[in-house]
Write a protein that binds this ligand. Structure first.
Ligand SMILES: [Zn+2]
Length: 237
């Protein structure tokens, strides 16, 4: 009987480890949530890069316009004051044109200053977002690597435990196995408890002296009087 109870306790330890591994496997982070967050950040980065490119294009365009306006003004100024035009009407039209070009130049210069600030601010935002995306991306790699490694380890261990369980099961009498399964179902998956310091290790209730005596040379299953789990002795395990 004692040998059977020892096997039963080994079966219990195997089942507890199987359960623990299965729980760990089901809770392993495969990086799905982080991947979703990374995708959202990459979307924001693309949006910022588009806005930066648009601001840079607009800045370039305004700079070209400014150059054109300055060239135009220079030509008009040379025409006006170069002594080639003498008609007063024509001269006054050229002067008005120069004033208009001056106003356009001022406006373009204001726009360019604003755009330079905008480009600088957007570039800073792009840099920050790129750093965030880079950091998240390496974190995701680490999470995925850990998931791959740990899930492989757990799967291997579970296969071994299942084999171990079958081997133990084959050595235990069927009525004892039935009793074990029945008790396990009603006791939070733990059917076998060890007597530690004369108490049940599962519910910590003291085990009566006569039961302890019986456990020395067991002829039947001895149960905890409080939680009804099957008791085994510390020194057997
Ligand atoms: Zn107990």
């Amino acid at each position: 009987m004692k040998q059977q109870l020892v096997l039963l306790y080994q079966l219990q330890k195997t089942d507890s480890q199987i359960e623990a591994d299965e729980v760990e496997l089901s809770k392993l982070d495969n990086g799905e949530v982080l991947a979703g967050e990374l995708e959202a950040e990459e979307g924001k980065l693309r949006e910022l890069q588009d806005r930066l490119a648009a601001a840079q294009a607009e800045l370039h365009d305004k700079q070209l316009q400014l150059q054109g306006t300055e060239d135009d003004r220079k030509n008009k100024w040379e025409q006006t004051y170069g002594g080639m035009v003498s008609d007063p009407k024509e001269l006054s039209a050229l002067e008005r044109k120069i004033e208009e070009l001056d106003r356009r130049k001022d406006k373009l210069e204001e726009d360019i200053i604003l755009l330079l600030d905008e480009v600088e601010a957007l570039q800073e935002q792009v840099n920050q977002k790129q750093a965030t995306v880079g950091e998240m991306s390496s974190r995701l790699d680490a999470v995925r690597q850990h998931f791959a490694r740990r899930s492989a380890e757990l799967s291997t261990e579970l296969k071994q435990l299942v084999d171990q369980r079958s081997a133990l099961e084959a050595q235990i009498k069927s009525d004892l196995l039935d009793d074990y399964e029945h008790t396990r179902q009603h006791s939070g998956n733990v059917a076998v408890a060890v007597v530690e310091a004369k108490a049940c290790s599962a519910c910590h209730t003291s085990v009566a002296g006569n039961l302890l005596g019986e456990l020395e040379e067991p002829t039947r299953i001895v149960r905890c009087e409080s939680c009804h789990r099957i008791l085994v002795l510390d020194e057997w395990t």
